[in-house]
Design a protein around this ligand. Structure first.
Ligand code: ZN
Length: 256
């Protein structure tokens, strides 16, 4: 079910054990070939596909469509909330949901810069609302092992406006992809311990603006992207999300 397509009375009558999913996304540069909406389109796509498979047992909230993107501000068009603002927006939206009686929340994130605050929100909400079950998930981390079987670009190939994100947008909204502008990311190595991508996190993190990490705004290799690969990624991620919904829906039955 889609939260804002139901009536107030319909929400009131729902089983409050149904997990409520909030997509955390962003509006930011994605190289010369993908739209600013990339992370929102991807987050909403996974939520929509999950909903298609299990519409009666998951409730989808409207996406938060601006995230923590200060590190992308060197590129025109990027919109960003400061960490404190983003924390309050996400937290207060979930507090509203809790006030209506729901107690199972999934934060589905599609932007790397949101991860830190997402985890803080979950810790605060969990501490302040005993009995609430909160799951935080970033899609490429959720299915990392299975996604490794899909990638063809090797270390450094996935990251941003990359093999994976380009494949997904080619699947979801190909009319928004400027295929003629697809080029490899200009990944600028810093230190071995700081090297990483979506499938292999770095040993330690080293803060750089995105412009100093890659001058063309792309990290990875979108030349190996395809809509077919986008479908494989979707199947993998949605399968893993489905298990989370099933597991947290059953929590009370299991007295966890
Ligand atoms: Zn992205």
């Amino acid at each position: 079910m889609i939260w804002d397509q139901l009536t107030s009375a319909q929400i009131g009558a729902l089983d409050k054990n149904i997990p409520v999913l909030l997509p955390l996304t962003a509006t930011e540069q994605h190289g010369g070939h993908l739209p600013l909406a990339t992370d929102r389109l991807i987050g909403e796509h996974f939520a929509h596909c999950l909903h298609t498979e299990m519409s009666g047992t998951v409730l989808i909230l409207p996406a938060i469509n601006v995230g923590c993107s200060d590190h992308h501000m060197d590129f025109p068009g990027t919109l960003s909330l400061t960490h404190g603002t983003f924390l309050l927006v996400v937290k207060e939206m979930i507090v509203s949901v809790l006030r209506h009686g729901f107690n199972k929340i999934i934060l589905l994130n599609s932007h790397g810069g949101n991860q830190g605050i997402m985890n803080v929100v979950a810790e605060q909400l969990g501490y302040e609302n005993p009995g609430t079950h909160i799951v935080t998930v970033t899609w490429w981390v959720l299915a990392q092992e299975a996604l490794r079987k899909i990638t063809e670009t090797g270390p450094g190939g996935t990251g941003h406006a990359c093999e994976f994100e380009t494949s997904l947008i080619q699947l979801i909204a190909n009319h928004l992809v400027d295929n003629a502008s697809i080029q490899k990311g200009q990944n600028m190595p810093a230190f071995t311990w700081a090297e990483g991508d979506m499938l292999r996190g770095p040993a330690a993190s080293y803060y750089r603006t995105f412009k100093s990490k890659t001058s063309n705004g792309i990290y990875g290799n979108p030349l190996k992207a395809s809509a077919q690969k986008g479908q494989q990624i979707t199947t993998t991620v949605v399968h893993a999300l489905k298990q989370i919904v099933i597991d947290i829906y059953r929590i009370n039955e299991q007295n966890l």
